[in-house]
Design a protein around this ligand. Structure first.
Ligand code: ZN
Length: 202
């Protein structure tokens, strides 16, 4: 499986990082080796002093597709989940300055937390509420209605470049409130009022 991530999909997050609002979705990928294994802690890697959490709604692809029309995109996923796109912000800032690709900052081992999934029929896709708590304190509070590109638009756009396969996961971007983690932090993700994952930082 592959992980396709959308960057800059919420206006307030674009503003907090002083990024430009993109004309098209910003896309990057993580390899399958980036998935943090279930129940494992997240270990801060030695190459970064500034690892940020980014909580994101996930979409699991359940059908093979390429050049998917937006109006048929809903047929390509049944499950919606929640995860974290861990980011080495210090490394990313250096890559950005030099116009280099982001993989070292975004695609390293353990950087993709994939929590539980729900059937999309049980959710209001136009306004999925989700939160991230750090040490029981609310740090990110999102609503899918604030996405610049909605799930179906993302699928249509991404599939122009990359064939989507069964089991692929799309990270749909993070709302405002990203921040640094430290050893012993505890992260908890909530979607539609239900706990989707808990991560311990080491
Ligand atoms: Zn992200």
């Amino acid at each position: 499986m592959k992980i396709i991530c959308i960057g800059r999909n919420y206006t307030k997050h674009i503003e907090e990082l002083a990024n430009e609002k993109p004309e098209n979705p910003v896309i990057f990928m993580k390899p399958d080796s980036a998935v943090l294994l279930k129940k494992n802690p997240f270990i801060i890697p030695p190459f970064s002093q500034d690892i940020h959490y980014e909580v994101e709604i996930l979409v699991k692809i359940n059908r093979l597709g390429k050049f998917i029309d937006e109006k048929f995109a809903h047929k390509y996923y049944e499950e919606i989940g929640l995860g974290i796109d861990f980011t080495a912000r210090d490394v990313q800032n250096k890559m950005k300055e030099k116009g280099l690709p982001w993989e070292k900052a975004k695609a390293f081992d353990g950087s993709a937390v994939i929590g539980r999934f729900f059937n999309k029929e049980d959710l209001n896709l136009n306004s999925i509420k989700f939160q991230l708590y750090k040490n029981e304190k609310l740090v990110q509070d999102g609503d899918s209605s604030h996405m610049l590109w909605k799930i179906d638009e993302i699928i249509a756009y991404v599939s122009q470049f990359f064939t989507l396969k069964i089991g692929d996961v799309i990270f749909t971007g993070t709302p405002a409130g990203v921040g640094r983690i430290e050893p012993n932090d505890q992260l908890k993700g909530i979607l539609d009022g239900k706990e989707m994952f808990q991560i311990k930082v080491k």
